[in-house]
Design a protein around this ligand. Structure first.
Ligand code: NAD
Length: 475
């Protein structure tokens, strides 16, 4: 592999303040005595980026009360008026997309080419898309006079901070709800910049409130008696706790949880394309993707060819500085996530699977993990069953379509799957029998705001995106 010259994106396009308050009722305010502060770091360098307020129970009360006050006037606006705000937000996101992409890469560790070319365009697209629905709710298939639910409590994870915010906030506002959103504690900054965009768009105070903090803040928010709807994206473990706390209340709930997707490659697939799809499926965003193709199922007759091509391709992946435009794999988001990836990989070793990574030099500072595959994996191995949420692929084989279906569905999750074959009939037959919310054919990790996304079984319930995504915010 020839060397590339460094091609760093400029860090100076983003101005990060030394500290941030909570965004409540249209203003940034410090946390109350029930709250505190925490630091957010750049996972590629361990440099502290900013100190951020941590909301306590009093702050959660204030944010929910602000959202409640704003709900009446906001929901009474004609849909076309709400749409104007959403279109304005979408345009400001586009105008500020370079700044936001750099910020996201700094706080999250993801490569700039992904935050610039995937996250930010999709964030803007979600606001544009739901802006278009705001005055057409009566035609969405949910009755002639669908009503908003009220105040939505939204809790999101760290893997796509601004994109998950867009998935949550855009449909909620389009439908006439107001929101209190809590970003993840390791990636709070892009949500705080979004708060500034709400001010820039003259969004009425209280329609969007952003409260930062860790799990306790999230818990106080979802358990608050003043919220009408809870939308959560994150781990299955926390999703289960939330489902327990919401049970028996009148709150509506949607959960987008983990996954362990099968990426199924038949021997008639275009192998080079399939290898690109395998690489994109598991190494995109360092594998911090709930729908990542973390289980590769290869038809036995194509195994040698696929594995040889996959290893050759993996040897060309560039791991390193997220702000370098040539970087393919950035930093692991946190020390805690890195240790979980190490732990599960070591379990893979001890269970007898064979680990392989290309030669690659990892930076000395920050949190890094080389792209890795495990071969010789069986259904019983923990690395074939548990979500690793990192750049680690488990490779299994199959002989017949029935065996592929059996293995693919043998998981507590059901978020996504991929099928690679040149036979259209086989794609349709497989898609019919795969128990997964999304099935990609001859591609992987393709997202579009018009398309619903969500899971079966322990991957959660409810759908986000598309017309279906409105249902979660309408009565
Ligand atoms: P996590 O569940 O630990 O945290 C998610 C969010 O919930 C964070 O904001 C966190 O502060 C908050 N939280 C933690 N404990 C809480 C509690 N008791 N009550 C309320 N909120 C609480 O998950 P994570 O480690 O941040 O994210 C990784 C997980 O998210 C993975 O399992 C991944 O599959 C899943 N995920 C799913 C989707 C999807 O669309 N299905 C998308 C992205 C991530």
């Amino acid at each position: 592999m020839f060397e590339y010259a460094p091609a760093p994106e400029s860090r100076s396009v983003v101005d990060i303040a030394p500290s941030y308050g909570l965004f409540i009722d249209g203003s940034f305010v410090p946390a109350s005595p029930s709250g505190g502060v925490f630091k957010t770091v750049n996972p590629a360098s361990e440099e502290v980026l900013a100190e951020v307020a941590s909301a306590g129970v009093e702050d959660v009360d204030l944010a929910v009360a602000a959202a409640r006050r704003a709900f009446g006037p906001w929901s009474a606006l004609p849909g076309a008026e709400r749409a104007k705000y959403l279109f304005r937000i979408a345009r400001i996101i586009q105008e500020r997309s370079r700044e936001l992409a750099v910020l996201e890469s700094l706080d999250n560790g993801k490569p700039i080419k992904e935050s610039r070319d995937v996250d930010l365009p999709l964030v803007a697209a979600h606001f544009f898309y739901y802006a278009g629905w705001a005055d057409k709710l009566a035609y969405a298939g949910y009755g002639q006079n669908p009503r908003p639910l009220g105040v939505a409590a939204q809790v999101i994870p760290w893997n796509f901070p601004l994109l998950m915010l867009a998935w949550k906030i855009a449909p909620a506002l389009a439908a006439g709800n107001t929101v209190v959103l809590k970003p993840a504690e390791t990636t709070p900054l892009s949500a705080l910049f979004f708060a500034d965009i709400c001010r820039q768009a003259d969004l009425p105070p209280g329609v969007v409130n952003i409260i930062t903090g860790a799990g306790e803040t999230g818990r106080a928010l979802v358990e608050h008696p003043g919220v009408d709807k809870v939308a959560f994206t994150g781990s299955t473990e926390v999703g289960r706790q939330i489902a327990g706390s919401v049970a028996g209340t009148r709150k509506r709930l949607t959960l987008e949880l983990g996954g362990k997707a099968a990426n199924i490659v038949f021997d008639d697939a275009p192998i080079d394309q399939a290898v690109e799809g395998i690489v994109n499926g598991i190494f995109f965003n360092q594998g911090h993707v709930c729908c990542a193709g973390s289980r590769l199922l290869v038809q036995e007759s194509a195994y040698d060819e696929v594995l040889t091509a996959l290893k050759r391709r993996m040897a060309t992946l560039r791991v390193g500085d997220p702000l370098d435009k040539n970087t393919d794999i950035g930093a692991i988001n946190s020390a805690a996530q890195l240790s979980r990836i190490h732990e599960l990989s070591e379990i893979g070793d001890s269970e007898g699977a064979q680990r392989w990574s290309p030669q690659c030099e990892l930076p000395a500072q920050g949190y890094w993990f080389a792209p890795t595959i495990f071969t010789g994996v069986t259904q019983a191995h923990r690395i074939a069953r548990e979500e690793i949420f990192g750049p680690v692929l488990s490779v299994l084989t199959f002989r017949t379509p029935d065996e592929a279906i059996e293995k693919a569905n043998n998981t507590p999750y059901g978020l996504s799957a991929g099928v690679w074959t040149e036979k259209g009939s086989l794609i349709l037959a497989m898609a019919d029998r795969l128990r997964a919310g999304v099935v990609w054919a001859n591609t992987f990790n393709k997202f579009d705001p018009t398309s619903p996304f969500g899971g079966y079984k322990e991957s959660g319930y409810g759908r986000e995106g598309g017309r279906h995504g409105l249902e979660a915010y309408l009565a």
